[in-house]
Design a protein around this ligand. Structure first.
Ligand SMILES: CCCCCCCC/C=C\CCCC(=O)SCCNC(=O)CCNC(=O)[C@H](O)C(C)(C)COP(=O)(O)OP(=O)(O)OC[C@H]1O[C@@H](n2cnc3c(N)ncnc32)[C@H](O)[C@@H]1OP(=O)(O)O
Ligand SMILES: Cc1cc2nc3c(=O)[nH]c(=O)nc-3n(C[C@H](O)[C@H](O)[C@H](O)COP(=O)(O)OP(=O)(O)OC[C@H]3O[C@@H](n4cnc5c(N)ncnc54)[C@H](O)[C@@H]3O)c2cc1C
Length: 662
């Protein structure tokens, strides 16, 4: 292994805490870190994982094909039973496809979970083992060309024919063609298809059906089905997001996944689920997972790259006539990166929280207790939107902080960005999800107005909030939380009162709602901001006797909170809650906190513990040997394979010399 760049080594030597211990906290315990490292080490030692062609030097068809090669490798490994622990499988996949979507990604994240959570016991027994053993490969096919958000408007029909006990799947219009599902175009041979179920002329709405798309013998497409890839995208180019069109395709009645609703042979429809949105359950699962697994991890990688690079990049002068400093020593560079790093930690703790909460509440739901479903839906929707947007903006900030080299694929940042930014759209477009949370906030506001107690994430709405901010220079977590509570409560209340006022002025509710929806998305964002601050504070409170780590996390918490206040200053001050003096103090504390955190910046990103292979970045290498490896990267570029490129003979030579050697 090459010697570590002394500029990076000096950062590590100067850290005030043990990075390993912080890694344990982030992973959820020392045992989890050890196991993750074992799985990653095994994967990294395998040439099928780390070998293969260079990602950035392949065409899109080559990228897809290589991703399928890796998928086969993964499936062979999985079939041995070595990934029976889902976390192991997850770590292995992250190492195999760093910041790429696997062609079988939807199989594991949505197809299998939908089979498991939406099937009757008999169906589960039939289909889940086939999917787990990769005897069938599936995707989740819901979105259509004309509708992704408005699920009630999906046009694909599943019409029941009692005589043959079959459903007939059909795509009646151009806009009804399924569009976007991952792995649909070329990889999957099965899909869970969401279609409007019609029995005796009555539309029962969206239901899940398991449908075979391709032959299990030779992968040819089943008669009546047209399926293909939708073409190159902004990112996600290793996965074949696809289109799917049905022409009166017949499937047996038993292919309706019947946990939540049953269709009897004679066509009698029996709803079983207590909540009519039961068919939306897989979306809640994925939204809850996106917070940590997509938004936070993407941002953590970008921070790792930009912070390390900012300590090996030297430029300009700090002291007149002095040596060129590390660019991270410029205050403006710290302002670009350290608040982003603080937000990454904040998202991380919210991500751990919502992941745990999802499993707890989902367990209750499976037992028939759906009381907490609205809370889970609202919080998972809001956090997905809040963190994916924050992460997208943060990754771009990291790229900008790397100057010119940030623009090169060698930095790894464009790939991280394009993969992550899709998370602002898929699984519910962010504004749409904020508005789902806003519905919950509106209901909670009305409850609070009636004097009822609101609970869980919205408990603060029925509490008496402080009229005056008590935030002082010590920045105690309680005073920070109170400030964020006040802001969220005020914005929710203001939006809620406006809906009421518009209604009182004669507007119908839907119009009053639309006229207030910008205010409400801001209120939902403020609510999420408060919630993320709260979860960060809870983590600090629950931490056990690691004083050095507590100190640095407290600084990050304070930076995250103060930076948020300065960015949304009007929200905190316009009603006289926070004074100008307090705001000025907060602004200065941001600068002080950056200076406090600066010596630990590299240790804080090292604690994310990303192997170089996953980062995929010349700038963010652990050893900091950036320049020699940038030079090597350029030399490996396919355009440099020959001294004179073919295009010279084809185009330039005839123009320059008037003759052609072709
Ligand atoms: C290990 C994991 C790693 C994770 C990484 C994964 C990476 C994967 C990469 C890509 C995958 C991408 C997959 C997809 O994108 S799949 C498609 C996803 N599509 C969507 O998300 C669609 C978004 N639209 C909706 O969800 C809905 O249409 C809607 C916007 C919520 C509105 O629905 P609808 O019109 O039916 O609703 P109504 O207005 O009639 O009613 C709203 C009431 O229903 C409640 N509601 C809504 N959704 C849910 C739900 N999921 N669960 C429970 N309740 C729900 C809502 O609260 C309203 O209730 P109220 O009481 O207020 O009336
Ligand atoms: C990379 C990627 C992978 C995907 N994978 C899958 C998959 O595997 N399976 C699958 O089924 N789908 C998949 N999708 C589809 C995805 O779920 C949808 O694109 C997403 O839910 C957004 O829906 P839409 O495209 O209809 O956006 P639209 O709803 O058309 O959004 C366009 C604009 O309209 C606004 N808008 C729409 N409705 C409202 C409203 N009610 N109120 C206010 N504003 C509104 C939105 O905020 C947005 O600004 C994928 C998409 C992408 C980009």
């Amino acid at each position: 292994m090459a010697a570590v760049n002394p500029d990076l080594q000096s950062e590590r030597d100067g850290a005030t805490f043990d990075t390993n211990k912080l890694t344990f906290l982030l992973d959820g315990g020392e045992g989890m870190t050890e196991r993750r490292r074992e799985v990653e080490a095994e994967a990294l030692a395998d040439p099928e994982v780390t070998g293969g062609p260079h990602y950035h030097f392949m065409s899109r068809p080559e990228q897809y094909s290589d991703a399928v090669r890796k998928a086969v490798h993964y499936m062979k490994q999985a079939k041995t039973g070595k990934f029976d622990n889902p976390a192991d499988a997850h770590w292995y996949r992250n190492t195999l496809w760093p910041n790429e979507m696997a062609p079988i990604g939807l199989h594991t994240t949505m197809f299998l979970p939908t089979l498991e959570n939406n099937s009757s016991p008999e169906q589960k027994e039939k289909w889940a083992p086939l999917a787990k053993d990769f005897k069938i490969i599936g995707t989740y096919s819901q979105t259509e060309m004309g509708h992704g958000t408005n699920l009630k408007a999906l046009e694909t029909t599943a019409t029941y024919e009692p005589e043959l006990e079959q459903f007939i799947l059909h795509s009646p219009t151009l806009s009804s063609i399924k569009w976007w599902p991952g792995g649909l175009g070329k990889t999957s041979n099965f899909a869970v298809v969401m279609a409007s179920m019609i029995i005796k002329g009555k539309n029962y709405g969206m239901h899940p059906f398991i449908v075979q798309l391709r032959s299990l013998e030779d992968h040819t497409v089943i008669t009546g089905i047209e399926v293909g890839d939708i073409g190159p995208k902004f990112g996600f180019n290793t996965i074949d997001n696809g289109y799917l069109k049905f022409d009166h395709v017949r499937i047996p009645r038993e292919n309706l996944l019947m946990k939540n609703a049953v269709v009897e042979p004679d066509g009698t429809y029996v709803r079983i689920a207590k909540n009519e949105k039961a068919a939306y359950s897989t979306m809640i699962f994925v939204r809850a997972m996106i917070v940590l697994e997509v938004a936070t991890r993407g941002l953590a990688q970008a921070c790792t790259i930009a912070v390390r690079y900012s300590c090996v990049r030297r430029q300009s002068e700090l002291v007149p006539g002095g040596p060129e400093p590390k660019v991270l020593d410029f205050q403006t560079q710290q302002y670009k990166l350290l608040p982003v790093l603080a937000s990454c930690y904040a998202y991380w703790f919210s991500g751990l929280f919502i992941r745990m909460t999802y499993f707890q509440i989902n367990y209750e739901i499976q037992q028939g207790n759906i009381d907490l479903l609205p809370e889970l839906h609202a919080v998972s929707s809001g956090l997905k939107a809040f963190t994916s947007y924050g992460s997208m903006a943060g990754i771009e900030q990291c790229r900008l902080a790397c100057g010119g080299h940030g623009f090169s694929q060698a930095s790894g940042l464009p790939k991280i960005y394009t993969t992550m930014t899709a998370g602002c759209t898929y699984e519910g477009e962010n504004s749409v999800l904020y508005l789902q949370m806003a519905r919950y906030l509106m209901k909670s506001f009305l409850q609070a107005e009636k004097g009822e107690t609101t609970t869980n994430s919205v408990a603060y709405l029925s509490k008496k909030n402080l009229d005056k901010c008590v935030l002082g220079a010590t920045l105690s977590p309680d005073t920070i939380i109170a400030a964020y509570e006040h802001r969220a409560a005020r914005l929710v209340r203001k939006a809620g009162l406006r809906v009421n006022a518009l209604e009182a002025a004669g507007k119908p509710y839907h119009e009053a709602w639309n006229l207030t929806s910008v205010q409400f998305t801001k209120a939902a964002e403020a609510h999420c901001h408060y919630f993320v601050v709260l979860k960060f504070a809870d983590t600090l409170e629950e931490m056990e006797d690691e004083a050095e780590i507590h100190n640095v996390l407290l600084q990050l918490f304070q930076l995250y909170a103060c930076y948020g206040i300065t960015n949304y200053a009007a929200d905190f001050t316009e009603d006289g809650f926070m004074s100008q003096e307090q705001l000025d103090m907060v602004r200065l504390r941001v600068l002080d906190l950056m200076a406090d955190i600066r010596p630990n910046a590299v240790a804080l990103v090292d604690s994310f513990d990303y192997p170089d292979h996953i980062l995929g970045s010349v700038l963010g290498r652990y050893d900091g040997n950036v320049y020699e490896n940038l030079y090597k990267w350029a030399k490996d570029s396919p355009l440099n394979k020959t001294e004179v490129h073919d295009s010279y003979y084809k185009y330039l030579q005839p123009m320059i010399t008037g003759k052609s050697n072709l």
